[in-house]
Design a binder for this molecule. Structure first.
Ligand SMILES: [Zn+2]
Length: 114
């Protein structure tokens, strides 16, 4: 039986919990350094970094599965993995239409630079 090294729940800079350094290129590069063979970037309610992640992963010989962490208004978080990039981007467009638009409150969400 073959075993795989994987991480199917990675956030990029698109997620509120993701660091600005978590770019698609950095994520894939670090995954390669760690010896991961399969990864999924699952940003909160977004697949928008999946195309770049899949591009860099192919260059490093890593299998990248398109993903999203769907976050509901009830704070249910579900990791969603998709069979193809196009299915992921279809779901991304669907979810984006459902997001509640609200202005950014800089008192709460202002970035802190150290
Ligand atoms: Zn998460």
């Amino acid at each position: 039986m073959k075993t795989l090294e994987y991480d199917l729940h990675i956030h990029s800079c698109l997620s509120p919990c993701g660091d600005d350094d978590m770019t698609p290129g950095n994520i894939v590069g670090m995954a390669a350094l760690k010896g991961l063979e399969v990864i999924a970037v699952t940003d909160h309610n977004s697949c928008k970094n999946c195309p770049a992640v899949l591009h860099f992963a192919e260059e490093f010989g890593i299998l990248a599965i398109p993903g999203m962490e769907l976050c509901t208004s009830e704070e249910v978080h579900a990791v969603c993995l998709f069979p193809t990039l196009s299915k992921a981007m279809e779901f991304d467009a669907y979810v984006e239409k459902k997001l509640i638009p609200f202005p950014n409150n800089v008192e709460i969400w202002e970035p802190v630079y150290i």
